[in-house]
Design a protein. Structure first.
Length: 339
């Protein structure tokens, strides 16, 4: 197992350089209410030399597929062939609320989208008429960006449910996970195998990203992440919120109800306090180096090939996030799970 850094846009260049010096193999840029992925990765491409760049993730409803392919080709060219395209369908609130794109048939839309992107990246003129997307017509799409030769550009998919995970196994080169325990990763790997030819995962990247906080105790570390959990669990309709649904599935329905009650009243601090330490601990890496090393062994045993260290989640400074990267590198060494 290797390490990746999941960036925050403030200080992204410094964080990526620190990660590269520490031997991290990839830098992921998320996309949401705070920043887009392409801008951050363009900056990172210019200040690093070796670390891979991954959009984690570009939102499918946010870009027509031809634009996604052009952005991917540009970032790959600027970075000397270091880019991998991470894609996800987002959620109904963001898809319709932000981009005006209906959230119907997400699996069909994803399949067509990836097909168009892959064909467009080949550089030949492309016309495509599908059920959900149509490109080309009288002006076929042709990307003229000079991408480094030698390998197809990797496509990774963010996926949650069994059918979406099987689709990732079938059409993608890797899986991007969030909010996952080691048990969740093992379940995801089982589903992904079902979409692979003969169940073979050779060359397939399993990349979950975990909120990570460094502190003497689990409780202190969890407190550093509460603001991030409040932010994620407060997005959109609570009945459709992915993070609330995951928490309920994990047995925390009462706590989610209390969280939502306090959040709706404007008490964000009280909402964060309603989340049990055990819940945060199951979906994050918390504590001192030795304990984080134990968690890493669990993720490696579950089938993780690259583990994302999500420094954006902790309530700390740029220097504090760099300390998290250093601690995680030491933890991987202590864990014995590194490659």
């Amino acid at each position: 197992m290797r390490l990746a850094v999941n960036l925050v846009h403030q200080g992204a260049g410094e964080l990526a350089r620190t990660a590269e010096e520490l031997g991290y193999v990839a830098a992921l840029a998320p996309e949401g209410y705070r920043s887009d992925a392409a801008s951050v990765l363009g900056l990172v491409a210019g200040v690093t030399e070796r670390i891979r760049l991954v959009s984690g993730v570009m939102q499918i409803p946010g870009r027509p597929p031809a634009m996604a392919a052009l952005t991917a080709a540009t970032l790959d060219s600027l970075s000397g062939g270091r880019f991998a395209l991470g894609l996800g369908v987002s959620n109904p609130d963001v898809s319709m609320g932000w981009y005006g794109v209906p959230f119907d048939h997400p699996l069909e839309r994803t399949r067509e989208y990836v097909d168009i992107v892959r064909r467009a990246l080949e550089g030949e003129p492309l016309s495509y008429r599908g059920k959900h997307f149509e490109v080309g017509g009288d002006a076929p799409v042709q990307i003229l960006t000079q991408r480094p030769a030698g390998r197809p550009l990797p496509v990774l998919l963010a996926a949650v449910g069994p059918r979406n995970l099987r689709l990732a196994g079938e059409i993608a080169d890797g899986w991007l996970g969030v909010f996952t325990s080691p048990e969740d990763v093992a379940t995801a790997v089982t589903c992904i195998r079902q979409g692979r030819p003969d169940g073979d995962l050779a060359g397939f990247e399993v990349l979950p990203s975990l909120p990570t906080a460094l502190a003497p105790s689990v409780e202190e570390a969890a407190d550093l992440l509460r603001g991030q959990y409040v932010y994620l669990m407060g997005i959109g309709d609570p009945d459709r919120n992915f993070y609330c649904a995951r928490a309920r599935d994990m047995g925390y329905a009462r706590e989610v109800a209390l969280f939502l009650e306090r959040f709706a009243s404007g008490d964000r601090s009280g909402a964060g306090a309603a989340l049990p330490v055990d819940f945060i601990d199951r979906t994050a890496m918390l504590g001192p180096v030795e304990r984080i090393a134990d968690r890493m062994r669990g993720y490696a045993d579950a089938g993780t090939t690259t583990l994302g260290v999500m420094v954006s989640a902790a309530a700390t400074t740029l220097e504090g996030r760099q300390d998290i990267l250093r601690a995680a590198a030491r933890a991987l060494e202590h864990s014995g799970a590194g490659t």
